[in-house]
Design a protein around this ligand. Sequence first.
Ligand SMILES: Nc1ncnc2c1ncn2[C@@H]1O[C@H](COP(=O)(O)OP(=O)(O)O)[C@@H](O)[C@H]1O
Ligand SMILES: [Mg+2]
Length: 333
Amino acid sequence: MVAVQQRHATTGDGARPAPGTTILRTAGLTKRFGRLTAVDGLDLEVRAGEVLGFLGPNGSGKSTTVGMVLGLVEPTAGRVELFGRDLAADPDAVRRRVGAIIETPAFYPYLSGRDNLRALARAAGGVPPGRIDALLRQVGLASRAGSRYKTYSLGMKQRLGIASTLLTDPDLVILDEPTNGLDPAGQREVRELIPLLAREGRGVLLASHLLHEVEQVCDRVAIIRGGKLLRAGTVADLVRGLAGGASFEIALPGSAGDQERAVGILRALSFVEQVAADDGRLTVVAPEERGAEVNRALAEAGLYAAAIVPRRSSLEDVFLELTEPETAEDTKP
Ligand SMILES: Nc1ncnc2c1ncn2[C@@H]1O[C@H](COP(=O)(O)OP(=O)(O)O)[C@@H](O)[C@H]1O
Ligand SMILES: [Mg+2]
């Protein structure tokens, strides 16, 4: 009986939490190192079936947060709740349902990928025999499963790392900068795996400083800087909340004087929020439906745009607005 329960807990073969259930919650989570507050009152939530992008520049406190969620770093204040239970009260029971890659995982260089997974499975206990080959297929390593680890590319090594975190069939997977150090092809191989984990009903916490990575694979994003949560929501919600929300790229042939004149004319329009000029190209922040009026105002002054291209805001715009102060020249007085 005890053995059966243990097996159930380590392999997670019970039902997954219902999609949308909060499986990780941090409340007021705080970590100080001496005088430095690395994580500052952080409230985060990861739900079953979603990838949460935990986005912030280097040094913003992501890895420290991950360490606290995994019980490797002791919080100074605040709480971590996994699957509705306090991590501090029941660390082992809840940690068994979490798989994580926090650095490039350590494997035996002279063993094959498959034998490395076998060794880890033996150590974890309770891994069904068929799972190793199923995981190797899932991460695209089936054809190289018998090759020595040391012959793998970095992307293959990282994919084997992801397979290793899935041995115990965790409900929550934590990936801290999983594409660090990979070439573009390797990054793509790893990235493509991430949404699949969520489709299996797991929750995924993806810590990354790479905007486009987070934008590509995440359902929701939490933006952190200086240990503080700046914003959390879906990419679409965050972009919609931006000032202006849309902009136009205008290609304007002509002299520098013409461009200066164009900037003046555009800034005078009541619906224009910002104008920036850069070597024959103007960026105008204005509502998407005002493009024709922008065009007309320029044409009436004898300035003919070669192109006016509406540009939808991206997560990058949100990130820049949150993390960089606007420069005085670029902002309408
Ligand atoms: N063990 C530690 N002792 C002292 N300072 C630390 C320690 N770990 C991290 N820090 C500091 O905490 C801040 C956040 O670091 P970290 O969580 O690694 O950020 P990120 O993962 O977002 O790059 C950094 O300023 C870092 O130097
Ligand atoms: Mg880090």
